[in-house]
Design a binder for this molecule. Structure first.
Ligand code: URA
Length: 243
C-alpha cells in the first residue's frame, strides 16, 4: 500500500514545489491577489491566443477569416442556429463595435445588431455620431445565437475567439467599442464590472478598447444618465478612431 502511494506522494510534492515557485515569481512581479477559480478559468480561456479549435493563417483578409469559419460546428451553438452571424460593415473601418452574440432577429437575418438593440445602436452611430453604419464594422464575440439569448459560455467564447481575433487583425481598426460585460471581459482579459470600466481606455492586441453599456441594457434602463454616459464613450471612441 505504502509503496503504491509513493509515486503519488512524489507527484504531489512536485506540484507543491512548482506552485510555490510560481507564487514566488508572481509575488516578485508585484501580483498580490489572484482571481477566484471560476473567474481564473474564464480568464485563462480568454487569454488563450487562438482557440485550439481554429488556427488562422498569419496574414489575414476578412474573407479568409470567414472562409476558415466555414459552416462552423466547433461548439454546441451550431445546433440551434439558423445562420452564422459573422459581421457587417466596412472591412477597412477605423471604428469597430463588438457585442455579445446574435439574438433572434440577427439569427434570422444573418446580420449583427438588426433587432431592437441593433436599431438603438444604429441610431447612436448614425444620428448620434453622424457616421453611416456601413462605415464602421460590427460583430460579436460569438457568431451563433445562444439558446434563449443566454450569455455565451466561456468555452463557446474561447472557441469563437480566433475568429474575432482574425476580424480585428484583418480590419486593423483604430478603436474598438466593447458593448457590454461579456465583450468587455473578453477584450480586457478578466471578469469586469461594466459600470466600473466603461468610459476608460484599454488595449487589446495593440488596439485601443473603450468598454460601454450594451444597447440592450440602455433599452431596459433608458435614463438620461445612461444615455449621456454611452454618448460620451462613443464620442471618445470616434475621436480616437480619427486620430
Ligand atoms: N446583441 C448583441 O450583442 N449582438 C447582436 O448582434 C444583437 C444583439
Amino acid at each position: 500500500m505504502a509503496t503504491e502511494e509513493r509515486p503519488y506522494a512524489e507527484e504531489a510534492r512536485a506540484v507543491v514545489a512548482a506552485s510555490r515557485a510560481l507564487l514566488e515569481e508572481l509575488l516578485e512581479e508585484g501580483v498580490e491577489s489572484l482571481p477566484a477559480p471560476a473567474a481564473a478559468l474564464e480568464t485563462a480561456a480568454a487569454a488563450t491566443p487562438a482557440a485550439a479549435a481554429a488556427e488562422l493563417p498569419p496574414a489575414l483578409t476578412l474573407e479568409a477569416v470567414r472562409q476558415e469559419l466555414g459552416d462552423c460546428q466547433r461548439c454546441r451553438l451550431c445546433e440551434g442556429r439558423k445562420s452564422i452571424v459573422f459581421g457587417d460593415g466596412d472591412p477597412r473601418a477605423d471604428l469597430m463595435f463588438v457585442g455579445e452574440g446574435p439574438g433572434e432577429v440577427e439569427d434570422r437575418q444573418g446580420l449583427p445588431f438588426v433587432g431592437p438593440a441593433g436599431e438603438l445602436l444604429t441610431r447612436m452611430i448614425e444620428r448620434g455620431l453622424g457616421v453611416q453604419r456601413s462605415d464602421v464594422y460590427i460583430c460579436n464575440i460569438v457568431k451563433c445565437r445562444p439558446p434563449r439569448n443566454r450569455t455565451p459560455l466561456p468555452d463557446e467564447v474561447a472557441t469563437c475567439r480566433a475568429f474575432l481575433d482574425g476580424q480585428i487583425e484583418a480590419i486593423a481598426p483604430k478603436a474598438i467599442v466593447a458593448l457590454g460585460k461579456p465583450a468587455a471581459s473578453l477584450l480586457l482579459g478578466r471578469d469586469i464590472a461594466i459600470t466600473r470600466v466603461r468610459g476608460t481606455w484599454h488595449d487589446y492586441r495593440g488596439v485601443p478598447v473603450m468598454p460601454t453599456f450594451h444597447p440592450a441594457y440602455i433599452l431596459r434602463q433608458y435614463t438620461p444618465e445612461n444615455r449621456r454616459l454611452v454618448w460620451e464613450d462613443l464620442k471618445a471612441a470616434l475621436e480616437r478612431s480619427r486620430s
